[in-house]
Design a binder for this molecule. Sequence first.
Ligand code: NAD
Ligand code: UGA
Length: 465
Amino acid sequence: MPPEETSPPFNLRICCIGAGYVGGPTMAMIASKCPHIRVDVVDLNEKRIAAWNSAELPIYEPGLDEVVAGARGKNLFFSTEVKDSIHAADIIFVSVNTPTKTFGVGAHKAADLRFVESVARTIAEVADSPKIIVEKSTIPVRTAATIQTILESSEKGLKHQVLSNPEFLAEGTAMADLGDPDRILIGGEQTPEGLAAVEKLVSVYANWVPRERILTTNLWSSELSKLVANAFLAQRISSINSISALCEQTGADVDEVARAIGSDSRIGPKFLKASVGFGGSCFQKDVLNLVYLCGHFGLPEVAAYWEQVIQMNDWQKHRFAERVLRTLFNTVTGKRIAILGFAFKKDTNDTRESAAIYVCRDLLEERASISIYDPKVSKEQICQDLGIGPDDPRVEFADSASQAAADAHALLVLTEWDEFRSLDFEAIFQSMVKPAWIFDGRSLLDHARLREIGFKVYSIGKPLP
Ligand code: NAD
Ligand code: UGA
């Protein structure tokens, strides 16, 4: 749909470049809370845009369908008309992907900023009035300076404002996080024009977020805070995962330890769930980006400190696969292993950096035969993640947990989907090769009951059987 001129009832036009996990839900929330603002979400990916305009949205997120359905076609529009939308917008959100660089200087650590740069160049080319450009993507500190330099190179004499407004939503709870955020963070230049731009963006969020939860800072604090928030969250998981290994050796129970330390109000109870390892598109990428920045700014000790968070996570994923191997008499060759859950966490179809990918790869390396069931992840996605063809004889794609488990030597729980708690484990036990093993990578199931049924159980951070 071609963007039209701003006309009543709209008194502001927002364009968001990038219709992904962040751009789509964030803009849907703004549109639903601000009927007086027209929101255009644009992307170069035609397939993705077509899906946003269909009944089957390109991402699964609880509550998203309803919010999109309520605003789409009224004040929320999805299109590939990137340039027209930039031209017509007052505020432009940049919500493109910022993956880890895979080549050249900073490979496997630094952020690949080519999509951000490309958007900045398009804005410089197309805009013929001053815009507020909002960094929604997670970027290295001082990226706003790069964007500003590109914009100023257009020689049109326009003074655009660049703001930082990082997103803190978590997948699976995106709509709840967006509707009732802990805080909104907005950083801008500390000049009259910069502060006015900040205030304009504050007024958008103030339509539903209490003012005291909207934090404003200088540009660099806001940019850096996003990386630091993810680094602290990832660090907590690596910390508890490191302790999970010690628990297994000593008879301590990691869930009890987490409860004991989390009851201290200074530590707090959240993000202390031991697991097979954190996944998702951002924790690893953002911690590595922080590591790279510390090195770049001449702080190798700080870089080494944060790098350990990633090393611990890598170790935890391999440790789990190795535990399966060792327990199954040091060989899984030709044995059927059932994988329950492939998404990086429950309530999402996202598999980026999912621990399941690493565990499956390790098992395939040992020539296991694996059967995978996930309620939301497609066969195509799993094949892509494992680098296999759809007819690879080593991998079967099951339609249910019970189908995956039939004739398996072991069942591995890798995602904490709620439905796994209430499976018919008696029937599953009957269908498996004995001794039938469950390896609970999420400490999700009722282990006492499973043992009663006859299973042998290993669970992350629990005393070894
Ligand atoms: P994504 O890959 O799902 O979506 C990015 C979209 O940008 C893609 O659809 C891509 O086609 C589009 N795009 C890239 N270049 C473009 C261009 N020049 N013009 C138009 N469209 C273009 O990524 P995402 O998960 O939405 O993440 C986006 C950013 O938000 C990243 O920086 C990420 O770190 C950050 N972030 C993500 C999450 C999350 O939960 N996924 C949470 C907070 C922050
Ligand atoms: C995370 C942050 O929580 C968001 O605030 C942030 O905006 C986002 O990254 C981002 O920048 O992309 P997300 O990755 O979607 O969100 O999901 P989380 O709930 O943080 O889970 C990340 C991983 O950690 C998952 O694999 C999860 O299973 C694992 N995890 C989480 C644990 O292993 N233990 C825990 O206690 C919590």
